[in-house]
Design a protein around this ligand. Structure first.
Ligand code: NAD
Length: 265
């Protein structure tokens, strides 16, 4: 059956795609025939193995750029690399992100700066470099992976919640600026997804609260999520593909929750 998304031959950058959500989104795009620039940290040999495997499986071009999302020059170089190597840039998925949990009075200043840089400012730099390419093409799709924490807060996550609310505001602004040029910008706001980022929180909370990891998952993490289920990768990929395709042309400036009802409360 033909895909409803018609994305074959498009080019996408997915930041933070060596792990978790970004990796899953990159795989979903590649399966639709999209050529991909992967990005993120990790063991070089493992990254190259995954890159080559995805390229072979999906039959698309898959490149890797190791830009550090705290470094504006490296981010701009990654966007230029996509255009130079793959000829265009249709889809930018700003996904790289980190977390740190602490009461605000003890929150390390360096951690605040790092989270704002990776979870918010990196998207500004990537969008700033991508928009001229997308404007010249007359079409572009910017998809920012925010969070339920872009819509509501939780205690002890000051930097993360501030960055994610910030990215929702950035999304709206870019949506207005790009609208007539055929560029849309939207934020996907997931609830909890079981990735290394969340696995680390489960371990930390279990230690802090003297609970088992199973108790933390049920009574702490999924307490916020009315479905009591983690959000799955393919549920996020489905919304991303919709937004990236022509079906999503009128979705612009939205912050779309996929959180099992968390932010409905
Ligand atoms: P993850 O830890 O599995 O992956 C994070 C990715 O970002 C990795 O590829 C890592 O190498 C990369 N990264 C980190 N710092 C970087 C840097 N300085 N430069 C380049 N790459 C860097 O995390 P995840 O859970 O897949 O999270 C991905 C995104 O989804 C984040 O923005 C996160 O805030 C968001 N999110 C996650 C959840 C969840 O429950 N897991 C929920 C809502 C939103």
């Amino acid at each position: 059956m033909a895909s409803p998304y018609n994305l074959a031959g498009h080019v996408a950058i997915v930041t933070g795609s060596t792990s978790g959500i970004g990796q899953a989104l990159a795989h979903a795009l590649a399966a639709e025939g999209v050529n991909i620039v992967l990005n993120g940290f990790g063991d070089a040999a493992a990254i190259e193995k995954d890159r080559a495997a995805l390229e072979a499986k999906a039959g698309v071009k898959v490149l890797f750029h190791g830009a550090d999302m705290t470094k504006p020059d490296e981010i701009a170089a990654m966007v230029a690399f996509a255009k130079d190597q793959l000829g265009r840039l249709d889809i930018l998925v700003n996904n790289a992100g980190v977390q740190f949990v602490s009461p605000i009075e003890d929150f390390p200043i360096a951690k605040w700066d790092q989270i704002i840089a990776i979870n918010l400012t990196s998207a500004f730099h990537a969008i700033r470099a991508a928009v001229p390419i997308m404007k010249a093409q007359g079409r572009g799709r910017i998809i920012n992976i925010a969070s339920a924490h872009g819509l509501v807060a939780s205690p002890f996550k000051s930097a993360y919640v501030a960055a994610k609310h910030g990215i929702v505001g950035l999304t709206k602004t870019v949506a207005l600026e790009g609208a007539e040029a055929g560029i849309t910008a939207n934020a996907i706001c997931p609830g909890y997804v079981k990735t290394p980022l969340v696995e680390a929180q489960i371990a930390d909370q279990a230690k802090a609260r003297n609970m088992t990891p199973e108790q933390v998952m049920r009574d702490v993490i999924l307490d916020a999520q009315p479905t009591k289920k983690f959000v799955e990768f393919d549920q996020l990929a489905g919304l991303m593909l919709y937004l990236a395709s022509d079906l999503g042309a009128s979705a612009n400036g939205a912050a779309l929750a996929i959180d099992g009802g968390w932010t409905a409360e």
